[in-house]
Design a protein around this ligand. Sequence first.
Ligand code: CTP
Length: 408
Amino acid sequence: MKTPRTIVVGITGGIAAYKAVNIVRAFVLNGDSVHVVATAAALRFVGKPTLEAISRNPVHTDLYEGVAEVRHVAIGQSADLIIVAPATANSIAKLAVGLADDLLGNTILASTAPLVIAPAMHTEMWNNAATVANVATLRSRGVTIVGPGVGRLTGTDTGAGRMEDPETIVAMALAVLDRLQPGGESAVSAVHDLTGRRVLISAGGTREPLDPVRFLGNRSSGKQGVALAQAALARGAQVTLVAANLEVPVPTSVTTVRVTSAVEMHEAMTLAAESAEVIIMAAAVADYRPKTVQVGKIKKEDVGDTLTLELVKNPDILASLSAARRRGQLIIGFAAETETDADRLLTLGRAKISRKGCDYLVVNRVGPGVGFGTERNTVTVLDRDGVIVNEASGSKVSVANCILDLIG
Ligand code: CTP
C-alpha cells in the first residue's frame, strides 16, 4: 500500500473557490491526506463544513488559532505539495512579495514543498502588468502555474482568466508530485528541468472518414500523449500537442492543434516540427484510409449484403519526420504491439526502430484492457541500436516522466 502524501490545498477568495472542492475530493479519493487552508475571503464563497466533510480534516483559516501547536509552520512543514486554487490576483501579488499576513501566506513561506497555483480572475486583472510581473516572478522561483483557461467568466463576459478545470489541476499536481523522491529534499529545482525546451507531442487516435457519419478508428484515448504533455509542461517545457480525437482534457497552457485524420496529423506535425527540439509521436495513427470518402451516407440498399472497402496507405509520419530531422532534434516514437511474449515484443521493437529512423522507441503492449484507455502503462525504451535504455511501469504520468528523462 502506498504511503499517503500530505497535500495542502490553499483556497483564496474567488468565485472559482467552489470548484476547489473537486480538487480536494480527487486527492482524498487518490488516498492522499488533504489539509485545506482557506482564506477568510474564500469562506465567503464556499462553506467550511463542505470543505471539512470532503477533506475529512479540519479546515484552517485563522493565523491566531492553534498558536500553541505553531500551526502556520506545522502545516507548511508537513506538506508534500501545496496547491493554491483558485489563486486570485491579490493572492498572487502577496505570494510574489512573500507576504505572510494570513495563515495561507505563512504556510507557504514555511514550506519547502513544490507549489502549484491555478490563477482565476477577470481578463483585465490577468493581463495587468502587475499580475504579469508577479506571475513571472513566481514562475522563475519554480512555482508551477496551471492555466488560466479562456472561457466564460463570472459575468456575461468571456476571456482569459477562468480557472483551469479541476481535473487538469489535479493531473498537473500529480505530474509535479511524481518527480519527488519520497522522504527526499525538496525537488523544486529539479521540477523545472525542461524550462524553455520546445517539445512537440502527438496524441490520440486518428479517424479515417468513410462518409459524413462514419470513420475507421482505433481504441487510443490519448491519455499517454496528454500525460506526456502535462509532465513536460510541469517540467517547464513549451509544449505543442497535435491532438486527434482525445477523450481527456488538455491543459490550456499547451498549444493544441486539433486534427482528425492521419493526413491532417501529418500536415500539422510537419509544420510544428520546424520549431520543435523534441518530437514524441505517441498517437495511434491509422496505417490506411478509405480510398474514397462518400459524399453522402453509405446506404444499405445501394450496397447489398457485402461492403468491400478499398484502403490506401497513409504517410508514415514518424518515418518522414525522422528523415527530415534537423540537427540536434530528438525524435521519440512509440510501438504499439499486441505480442505477449517479451522477447518477441523486443524483436518487433528493434525492427521497428530501424524502419522508423527515430532516436528512441517506446515499446508498449496494447490490447483489450492493456495500454489503450487505461490509467497505467508498462513500457520498454529502446535506443537506435536496439539496446534497452529504460523500463517503466506505473501511472501514465510516471511513464511520461521516464520518457522525458531521455531528453538531455
Ligand atoms: N506512426 C506514424 N505514422 C503512421 C503509423 C504510425 O507516425 N502512419 C507512428 C506512431 O505514432 C508510432 C510509431 O509510428 O510512434 C509506430 O506505430 P505503430 O502503430 O506501432 O507501428 P506501424 O508503423 O503502424 O507498424 P505496424 O502497424 O505494422 O506495427
